[in-house]
Design a protein around this ligand. Structure first.
Ligand SMILES: Nc1ncnc2c1ncn2[C@@H]1O[C@H](COP(=O)(O)OP(=O)(O)O)[C@@H](O)[C@H]1O
Ligand SMILES: [Mg+2]
Length: 154
């Protein structure tokens, strides 16, 4: 586990960019934290690192649940499951088909996926401290996630 204190949105963007820059194979990332904690800001940086065109402005896909952006080597699949009523609805968005070596899957409000025991490669927690800085904790699971996190943060 690696903990980072982010004092500005640029710092959170840079963290996302660093991870995006270093991803070499399909990966899934869970983003956990309250509204305004910086999840979407992180995805904006991740997109930059993956080479998503600047013409896309990334916002939480709260109503459409998923947005996909072509990146240099991958497709960035950005999900927001806040409004998902049940995991059954995942079928409509074709969640299973997203799991692919060509896709980087990043999910805001991923908790409902616990119901299907979906295991992310990386989990990132965003918390506020008293000064409203963000305390960002990065957890890695499995080989893919551990390789990346140890390479970036050792
Ligand atoms: N250190 C920080 N990291 C991320 N966002 C920050 C930070 N400091 C201030 N902010 C601001 O907080 C807001 C975070 O919003 P957003 O990334 O959409 O959060 P979420 O997707 O978690 O709801 C943005 O307006 C951003 O500019
Ligand atoms: Mg968001």
């Amino acid at each position: 586990m690696k903990t980072i204190e982010s004092k500005t949105s640029n710092h959170t963007l840079a963290l996302g960019k660093k991870i995006g820059n270093n991803i070499s194979k399909g990966l899934s990332i869970a983003l956990i934290g309250e509204l305004g904690a910086g999840k979407t800001t992180f995805v904006q940086g991740l997109a930059k690192g993956l080479g998503v065109s600047k013409k896309y402005y990334i916002t939480s896909p709260t109503f459409n649940i998923i947005n996909e952006y072509p990146a240099k080597k991958f497709t960035l699949c950005h999900l927001d499951l806040y409004r998902l009523g049940s995991v059954d609805e995942l079928e409509f968005i074709g969640f299973d088909d997203l799991i692919d070596d060509n896709n980087i899957i990043v999910v805001e409000w991923p908790q409902i996926l616990n119901d299907i025991s979906f295991q992310f490669d990386i989990e990132i927690n965003f918390k506020f401290d008293e000064q409203y800085n963000r305390i960002i904790s990065v957890f890695a699971y499995g080989q893919g996630g551990s390789n990346l996190v140890s390479r970036l943060f050792s």
